[in-house]
Design a protein around this ligand. Sequence first.
Ligand code: SF4
Length: 332
Amino acid sequence: MPWKGESDPYRIWLSEIILQQTRVEQGTAYYKKFISFFPTIVDLANASEKDIFKNWEGLGYYTRCRNLIATARIIAFEYGGLFPSAYPEILALPGIGQYTAAAISSFAFGLPYAVIDGNVERIIARYFGISTPVGSAAGKKEYIRIAADLLDIKNPAVYNQAIMDFGATICKPQNPLCVHCIQARDCYAFQKGMINKFPLKKPSLKRKKRWLYYFIVNAGKDKIWIRERTEKDIWQNLYEFILWETGKIIPQDKVHKTSFFRDNFGKRGFCIRHISEAFSQTLTHQSITGLFVHLNKPLDKVPGYQSVSKESLMEYPFPKIISDYIKNSPFL
Ligand code: SF4
């Protein structure tokens, strides 16, 4: 990991935000890209939102990106470009929770704050035999309290790095290396033969299903209609084609019979040229299916949408299902 041993708060913060809900292999490439495009927090703060979202494209959980921009601008314009060095001030920045604040405080400033994430919770639950589910309100408090008690306050950076490495390499989620573990003799889960019982998890939520039909309509020669999503919803600040959202999937041969198609296109003599296969994306609380519908002729005006050249399409940040479609479509 390129950020290991790092003491620059900007780089620690950037790596932690990127790694939230992202695998290390994928996150590393994005981290390197961000450092190369935006070497300092001031560079990031001065960049356009479109450029930042474009660099974030494919990483998902776009609230992280919005918070990244907000925090960079606060630090650049209110703190003179210097990361605050007090834990409460770090914690107050947008998108920075206790884990990230503790990581920045300990690694960059040597402050005594314990990191607590899924790895640390797993180690604590197994070692002490804690049966409070992780992710529950009670669990959150309990694991934070125990993690704070365990912290080596004289060497918080070394301790935090050690417990994170221990969770990643020894006390792993699957097949922990208990036979090589120096804690095995005192580990509750190992001694009781209950490794796979810990940590207990909160029952998972049912995902809401959404079907998004994207109508791909030309705006004259080599131009196409898109818009920025501005609503408080998923994918805010990303771009999309003309959208129709339904509560259920529509058979391909029925799309032209729907009232949306009839009212917006059918009455004006449009026909469907092609409907794509389904593109899926799973978010934490939602399961999204997107279909792309190409129409046969251009439209002069689409309120709320802007016309852009097909050539420049990939300069805009899109949700993953749309950028996947654009990359693979023979029509774009
Ligand atoms: S003995 Fe196994 S479960 Fe217990 S702390 Fe070590 S690796 Fe984790």
